[in-house]
Write a protein that binds this ligand. Structure first.
Ligand code: CTP
Ligand code: CA
Length: 224
C-alpha cells in the first residue's frame, strides 16, 4: 500500500524525528503520560524516507510502525531517555523535527514499590523535564535545520513566535486547535508553520500523511 520508489531529493541527508508521548513512571505499575498517538511523527518519518533521507526516529511508547525497515527506530519511555537519545544523535543530523509530546514534568521520585492507598489525600511532587528542543537549539550549527512543534490554546501566533526564539528553532509547526478535525489521536490535522519573519505556510484540514508531505516541502525549500 506504500510507495514503491523513493526520490533522491534528500539523499545523504540525515533526519532525526521525535514522536509519540513520553511515560514518566511513578512506581513500578503507574506512569504519567498523554494522548499523543505518534501519528504525526511517524508520518513525517515516512515522508522524509520517501524522499530519500536517512531517517532516525526517537519515539516514545506507541503501537505504530514505520513503512520501511530502513527507517531506524530508537524506542524510549521517558523524557530523559528521549533527551539522551536526541543529544547523542543530533551532531550527525542535518534536519531535526521534534514532533513528540514530551512530558513537561516528571515525578520527583519513583517509588521502588507500588504506592499503597494508605493516605486520604496524596500530593505528587513533580520536577521539570529537560527541554529537548531548547537543548538542541543550544548546540545547533549553521548547517543544521531545527524544527519544533507547538500546541497553544490562546495567543497562538505570539506564543509560537516566543517558542521559536526561546528554543533557537528555525521553524515551528503550530497545531491548530480551532478545528475539531485536528490534533491528538485522530488521522487529520491542521497546522501553520512559522519562521522568525512570520507565517510561511498554512494548511487546510488534511490527513497527517499529507500534512507531513507539506512540512517536508517547506523544509526542502530551506535546504541549501
Ligand atoms: N519539547 C521538548 N522537550 C520538552 C518539552 C517540549 O523538546 N521537555 C518540544 C516539543 O517536542 C515541541 C516543542 O518543544 O517541538 C514545543 O512543545 P510545547 O509543549 O508546545 O511547548 P513547551 O515549550 O513545552 O511549553 P508549554 O507546554 O508550557 O506551552
Ligand atoms: Ca509542553
Amino acid at each position: 500500500a506504500h510507495h514503491f520508489f523513493r526520490t533522491n531529493e534528500f539523499a545523504g541527508k540525515k533526519v532525526l524525528i521525535t514522536a509519540g508521548p513520553t511515560y514518566e513512571p511513578l512506581d513500578p505499575v503507574r506512569f504519567i503520560g498523554n494522548h499523543s498517538s505518534g501519528k504525526m511523527g511517524f508520518a513525517l518519518a515516512n515522508a522524509f524516507y520517501e524522499r530519500g533521507a536517512e531517517v532516525l526516529m526517537v519515539a516514545g511508547p506507541t503501537d505504530l510502525q514505520t513503512h520501511n525497515a530502513d527507517i531506524q527506530l530508537i524506542g524510549v519511555k521517558t523524557a530523559q531517555e528521549m533527551y539522551e537519545a536526541c543529544m547523542q544523535h543530533f551532531a550527525a543530523t542535518d534536519i531535526a523535527v521534534l514532533a513528540a509530546a514530551v512530558a513537561d514534568y516528571s515525578p520527583a521520585e519513583v517509588a521502588p514499590q507500588k504506592i499503597k492507598k494508605t493516605e486520604e489525600t496524596f500530593t505528587l511532587s513533580l520536577v521539570k523535564t529537560k527541554d529537548i528542543l531548547k537543548s538542541l537549539g543550544g548546540v545547533k550549527k549553521d548547517h543544521q535545520l531545527l524544527v519544533g512543534f507547538a500546541l497553544e490554546t490562546n495567543d497562538e501566533e505570539a506564543n509560537a513566535q516566543k517558542k521559536l526564539a526561546a528554543k533557537n528553532a528555525d521553524l515551528i509547526v503550530l497545531n491548530s486547535l480551532r478545528n475539531k478535525n485536528a490534533g491528538f489521536g485522530i488521522d487529520t490535522n491542521q497546522v501553520s508553520i512559522f519562521d522568525k519573519s512570520g507565517v510561511v505556510y498554512e494548511s487546510e484540514v488534511k490527513t497527517k500523511e499529507d500534512i507531513a508531505r507539506d512540512i517536508v516541502n517547506v523544509i526542502s525549500k530551506r535546504m541549501v
